[in-house]
Design a protein around this ligand. Structure first.
Ligand SMILES: Cc1ncc(C[n+]2csc(CCOP(=O)(O)OP(=O)(O)O)c2C)c(N)n1
Ligand code: SF4
Ligand SMILES: [Mg+2]
Length: 300
C-alpha cells in the first residue's frame, strides 16, 4: 500500500511570500500556496481583476515568486492561450500556464474566453477560486452565489441557484475537471500534481471553494472549519471528472459509503451571517436536495 502523504511531506519551498495583502483568514491564499507547491516555479500565472490581484500586490511589490500577467476581467483564458502559443514557439513546453480567477471572472464575465480556450484544447490549468461573490468590489452577487446568500445586490438573499461550472467544463470535453477545498490541502495538492503530470498538454479545470470571512460573515479563525463543514455536509462534494467519468474523492466517498456521517446542512448555513435570511423551510428543502444528490452518488 502506498504511504499516506502528510503535510510535512510536501515540498518545503514556498512560492508565495508571507505577509500578502489578502485578509487574515483568506482561504484562496492558502489554496494558492498549496497549488504552487504542486506546480513548482516553472509556472506562469494569469489573473483578472479580483481579490487575487490585490493578493499578488502592486508593482514593484509582489507576493508571488512566479511571473503573473494581470488581464482585463473577461480575457484570462484568451491570455492563457496566447501565453501558451508563445511558449510553444519558444520551445518552452515544460512551463505550466495557470489561470487563477475568481468566480465572477470565471462563471460570469470570463466564461466566453474560457469556453473558447477549452474548445481550442489550450494546454493550461485553469482555476476558479470560488468565494461565491464579487468580493473585491464589496460583495455583489455572481452566478456562483448560492441560493439564499446575502450580498449587497441580494439584500434579502439570492433567489436563484448557482451555476454548475465543473459540469459546464466537463461538457466541453475537458479531460480533467476537479473540485477542491483548501481545508483538505493534501487532496488539493494531489489534484494539482495529477493535473500537471498526468494530463500534461491538455486543458485542465479545477474549481476551489474559497471561504471568505468578511464576505460570508464568520470569524477569520474559523476558515478551515467552515471549509470542512461545506464538504462534510455535502454542499461542496470533492470529486474528479476524468474524461467525463465521476470519481469521488476519499472524504466524499466516505460520506457516501457511510464510513463517516454527513453533517446537517443547517450547521453550515447557521455558521455564516450571509445566510441569515434563509428560513428553516428553505434549509429543509436544500437538505433534501443534498440527500437526493448523495443517493445518486450511491447508485453510481
Ligand atoms: C470589465 C470590468 N468590470 C468590473 C470590474 C470591477 N471589478 C474588479 S474586481 C471585481 C470583482 C471580482 O470578483 P471575482 O471574480 O469573484 O473575484 P473576487 O474579487 O471575489 O476574488 C470587479 C467587479 C473590472 N475591473 N472590470
Ligand atoms: S475579501 Fe475574502 S476572498 Fe478577498 S482577500 Fe478578503 S478573505 Fe480573501
Ligand atoms: Mg469571487
Amino acid at each position: 500500500m502506498s504511504k499516506k502523504l502528510l503535510p510535512r511531506d510536501l515540498p518545503e519551498e514556498e512560492l508565495i511570500y508571507p505577509g500578502t495583502r489578502a485578509c487574515a483568514g483568506c482561504s484562496f491564499a492558502l489554496a494558492y500556496r498549496f497549488a504552487l507547491k504542486a506546480l513548482g516555479r516553472r509556472t506562469i500565472a494569469c489573473t483578472p481583476a479580483s481579490c487575487s490581484t490585490v493578493h499578488a500586490g502592486m508593482y514593484p511589490v509582489t507576493s508571488l515568486q512566479i511571473p503573473m500577467l494581470n488581464t482585463a476581467f473577461e480575457s484570462t483564458a484568451a491570455a492563457l492561450s496566447g501565453i501558451r502559443a508563445a511558449l510553444d514557439i519558444l520551445g518552452k513546453k515544460d512551463i505550466t500556464v495557470l489561470g487563477w480567477a475568481g468566480d465572477g471572472g470565471t462563471v460570469d464575465i470570463g466564461i466566453q474566453a474560457l469556453s473558447g480556450a477549452a474548445e481550442r484544447e489550450t494546454d493550461m490549468i485553469y482555476v476558479c477560486y470560488d468565494n461565491e461573490a464579487y468580493m473585491n468590489t464589496g460583495v455583489q452577487r455572481s452566478g456562483a452565489t448560492p441560493y439564499g446568500a446575502f450580498t449587497t445586490t441580494t439584500p434579502t438573499g439570492k433567489r436563484q441557484k448557482r451555476k454548475n461550472m465543473p459540469a459546464i467544463m466537463a461538457a466541453h470535453g475537458v479531460p480533467y475537471v476537479a473540485t477542491a477545498n483548501p481545508s483538505y490541502p493534501i487532496d488539493l495538492y494531489l489534484k494539482f500534481k495529477k493535473a500537471k503530470e498526468e494530463f500534461k498538454g491538455k486543458t485542465r479545470y479545477i474549481h476551489i471553494i474559497a471561504p471568505c470571512p468578511p464576505g460570508w460573515g464568520f470569524d477569520q479563525s474559523d476558515t478551515i472549519r467552515i471549509g470542512r463543514l461545506a464538504t462534510q455536509c455535502g454542499i461542496w462534494p470533492l470529486y474528479e471528472l476524468i474524461e467525463g467519468k465521476l470519481v469521488l474523492s476519499k472524504v466524499t466517498r466516505d460520506l457516501v459509503e457511510g464510513k463517516t456521517k454527513r453533517k446537517p446542512v443547517k450547521e453550515y448555513f447557521r455558521a455564516q451571517t450571509r445566510f441569515r435570511t434563509l428560513s428553516d423551510e428553505d434549509i429543509q428543502k436544500i437538505q433534501k436536495e443534498i440527500d437526493r444528490q448523495f443517493e445518486t452518488y450511491k447508485s453510481l
